[in-house]
Design a protein around this ligand. Structure first.
Ligand code: KG4
Ligand code: ZN
Length: 348
């Protein structure tokens, strides 16, 4: 079956073609340059740019796959969660194509896309634990089978990627900051500053990053209480950090985020008796998170899987991958489905 996937939930405009589950093309048009001057995604600008980019991106995906629009047999489109204005652009375009061409359409949960992205490269046996870490989401889900998911933990405040982006902004590293922190941290000391790790008592596998953000702000304002003796890049009140110190602070901040992701994930895997973990979402491209997850998994006899980086960040191939099972069973959604900002995946 030839499936066209469309994804516009945040600031990336994406389209992809799957042929019998094989990725024939995946095109992503990033809006980073549009949002960079604002230091974060501006929803109104995001939807306007989706409007401009969507049809060229769909055409490029069809062309790269060597497929004519007439060959498409089903449509899979993200319907939530995400920015409503952004979601509406992709969903409306997909509904228009479904109506004009008489094609079946399925609305896909963006998080299900991230959970299943790994299948584009390798089969994984169910059940597995999914750690979804992106700029908009941080949650732990159990995948029992296609369409059968349970959310067992989530962030109480910021998403991990959001925390990294905000931390990077405070350090003057620009937007999106996650990849920049990742790069700088490779040549730095992650133990230079001991930032606090939050433990959420409300739920065993929940996450919280807002306290960490506050600690960084306090630290940069000249507070020395998190600094360790020895090689500590203490800025001093009102001082500015040198290049090496910025690297060390970035590495220490990233280390705290990674610790707070790794610990609840392995606790959940252990207590729920799951021996496979899939890490997905933009932050799963982080090299420190990857190596820490890998070494922790080896020590505990658990398997950990990561999609390749281009499938970790937002893309439409994962949406087509998640939608194709329903399409292949002959299912479709009515054209009355709506975009939903807070669409849950399994019970929260
Ligand atoms: O999945 P994604 O593309 O979009 C959302 O659904 O949010 O994730 C984007 C997030 C951003 O916060 C970005 O800073 C982060 O993923 N990110 C990274 C890396 N690459 C992307 N964070 C840390 N290290 C990276 N290498
Ligand atoms: Zn995402």
């Amino acid at each position: 079956m030839v499936v066209l996937g469309i994804e516009t939930s945040c600031d990336d405009t994406a389209a992809a073609v799957l042929v019998d589950g094989r990725m024939a093309s995946s095109v992503v048009s990033s809006q980073h340059a549009v949002h960079r001057p604002f230091g974060g995604v501006v929803p109104e600008l995001a939807s306007r740019h989706h409007l401009i980019n969507l049809l060229p991106v769909v055409r490029a995906a069809l062309e790269e796959a060597g497929i004519a629009i007439g060959d498409v047999e089903g449509l899979a489109v993200t319907r939530g969660p995400g920015l409503v204005g952004s979601l509406l652009v992709g969903l409306s375009a997909a509904k228009g194509m479904a109506l004009a061409r008489g094609l079946p359409l399925v609305g896909v949960n963006h998080l299900e896309g991230h959970l299943l992205a790994v299948f584009l490269e390798q089969p994984i046996a169910f059940p597995y634990l999914g750690l979804l870490v992106s700029g908009g989401h941080t949650s732990l889900c159990v995948a029992d089978g296609y369409g059968r998911y349970r959310t067992v933990g989530r962030t109480m405040d910021d998403a991990a990627g959001e925390a990294l982006d905000k931390g990077a902004k405070m350090l003057g590293l620009g937007f999106p900051g996650g990849p920049r922190i990742d790069r700088l941290a490779r040549e730095a000391d992650p133990a230079a500053v001991r930032f606090p790790r939050a433990v959420v008592r409300r739920g065993r596998y929940h996450f919280s990053f807002s306290g960490l953000k506050t600690s960084l702000r306090e630290y940069l304002a000249g507070g020395t209480r998190h600094a360790r003796s020895g090689r500590s890049p203490v800025p001093g009140p009102g001082g500015t950090l040198g290049e090496g110190a910025v690297r060390d602070v970035a590495a220490s901040f990233q280390e705290a985020v990674v610790d707070m992701l790794v610990e609840p994930t392995f606790a959940a895997a252990d207590e729920l008796g799951l021996t496979r973990i899939v890490v997905s979402g933009g932050v799963s491209a982080n090299s420190r998170l990857r190596s820490r997850m890998q070494s922790e998994a080896e020590a505990r006899g658990v398997e950990v899987f990561f999609p390749s980086p281009r499938l970790c960040t937002d893309n439409a191939a994962m949406i087509a991958c998640a939608g194709r099972h329903r399409l292949e069973r002959g299912e479709s959604d009515p054209l009355s489905i709506e975009a939903e900002a807070a669409l849950p995946l399994g019970s929260p």
